[in-house]
Ligand binder design. Structure first.
Ligand SMILES: O=C(O)CCC(=O)C(=O)O
Ligand SMILES: [Fe+2]
Length: 439
């Protein structure tokens, strides 16, 4: 069923005469009535920026947010979708020269050395394939998701079961909590990703990582059976490659390595080899320590082996954090945005650096690389509702493709997917071998 162009719910928040504006204002006044303004003074610059972009009232002004899509006239239909548009000149950026034989738009920001933005790197057809892959092929056994901790999920995953039940609600499976099956007492549900500071991984700390106990996270004893159709909106992440242990914030190498999808691997490798790294890291060789200018070998040495698919509903956020569990502390981390746009913040090695705000839209790729950027605080304080691009809607598709895509469009209307791909180990490194030889 073709759907009408959505009006972003937030659009009314900019109109003081609308009931939505008045209601949001009342809620805001109620919520802030007893707030001590002194507390605000203690916020770090990163926290203050998170608050600014999270705010429901008044809604954030995005004129200081970098939005490189505004430079591309072919993205106009996408930009005119919602109310959320930033500014291409908000932050100083520089377009990279393309390496020989490659025609890719890539930008660096002098304020965040090692960060590269590739707007529209993923073409629409590939965006749709990655959305299907994320939901139908990847967020299911044997890959771990946030829901597996608490529920005995059907083996073909929440998405595929939900698809079957769309025509026949009687097929909407009731998923049982694990705790009731196993009769265990335990911790409360995990909820959003927990952001605990951990020791940065490196080859020196590798042995202690291997020997740190990694008890399985216990399922909640308080949750109830739930229908697949409702659990779908509680899906927050699915693991890629090496398994990650959330309790210790370390990889659990004893579980072996999950496979990396071949198309995803190709996308990541193609992004990394499209970049003129000499230009990105010009003049920074002295910051790379003993390993020297590693970027010179990334065309051959870059090999993704882990990651996470993040699923955000429009009210979800990802708080400031550093991804420091990977032994490779400088290799590119490739981050792919799909669906609704978001405000992404990236700062420095502590929360005290003022972060740079960037709008990431569907098909954009961000690469975080090098010693400064790979260990920089970053987060996602806002999903920008109503920004699903036209090419992810059935209206833009040929008649015979529409019915297959329709459920994806429905889900993606309120969703942003981020495929976040990392390299844990240097290419060819054998983790088992090092463990035995150093024991
Ligand atoms: O959603 C994003 O753009 C960033 C996700 C992220 O930082 C992470 O998965 O560690
Ligand atoms: Fe991250």
């Amino acid at each position: 069923m073709p759907s009408a162009t959505p009006i972003s719910p937030a659009a009314h928040l900019f109109d003081p005469s609308s009931p939505e504006f008045k209601k949001a204002k009342r809620q805001y006044q109620k919520a802030t009535k007893n707030r001590n303004p002194e507390i605000d003074l203690d916020w770090s610059p990163f926290r203050a920026a998170e608050k600014r972009y999270k705010a429901r009232f008044p809604p954030p002004n995005l004129s200081n947010v970098l939005d490189l899509a505004t430079l591309d006239t072919s993205r106009q239909p996408e930009l005119s979708r919602g109310i959320w548009v930033g500014n291409a000149n908000a932050i100083v950026s520089q377009k990279l020269a393309c390496p020989a034989g490659r025609m890719v738009d890539a930008y660096i920001l002098p304020r965040i050395p090692g960060l590269v933005i590739l707007p529209s790197f993923i073409p629409p057809v590939k965006q749709r394939r990655l959305v299907r892959w994320s939901l139908a092929s990847h967020a299911r056994y044997p890959n771990e998701t946030n829901l597996d901790i608490h529920y005995s999920l059907p083996e073909d995953g929440i998405w595929n079961n939900w698809l079957q039940s769309r025509d026949d609600p009687g097929k909407d499976i009731l998923v049982q909590p694990k705790a009731s099956e196993q009769g265990r007492e335990s911790l409360p549900p995990s909820g959003p990703r927990k952001l605990v500071d951990n020791t940065p991984a490196s080859l020196d700390t590798y042995e202690s990582i291997l020997t740190t106990p990694k008890p399985p996270q216990l399922p909640s004893s308080t949750i109830h059976p739930a229908l697949c159709s409702s659990l779908l909106y509680k899906l927050r992440w699915a693991n890629i490659g090496w398994y990650y242990h959330w309790g210790t914030k370390q990889y659990d190498f004893t579980k072996g390595k999950g496979t990396i999808d071949e198309e995803l691997r190709e996308v990541c490798k193609s992004a990394v080899t499209s970049i003129n790294w000499d230009q990105v890291f010009e003049g920074s060789a002295d910051q790379w320590g003993d390993a020297g200018p590693e970027w010179k070998t990334w065309d051959k040495a870059y090999e993704p082996d882990a990651g996470i698919v993040n699923f955000y509903q429009t009210k979800d956020t990802l708080m400031a954090h550093v991804d420091r569990s990977e032994v490779c502390a400088t290799s590119p981390l490739v981050s792919i945005s799909l669906g609704n746009a978001a405000v992404f913040l990236i700062g420095g090695l502590t929360r005290d650096s003022e972060p740079v705000p960037i709008i990431l839209r569907s098909g954009d790729v961000v690469i975080m690389s090098g010693p400064a950027c790979r260990r920089a605080y970053h987060g996602v304080p806002r999903i920008l509702d109503g920004t699903l691009p036209p090419h992810l809607e059935v209206d833009s598709m040929a008649e015979d493709e529409r019915s297959e895509w329709e459920p994806y469009e429905n889900y993606m209307r309120t969703t942003r997917i981020n495929v976040n791909v990392r390299q844990v180990f240097p290419k060819g490194f054998d983790p088992g071998f090092v463990y035995v030889s150093t024991a």
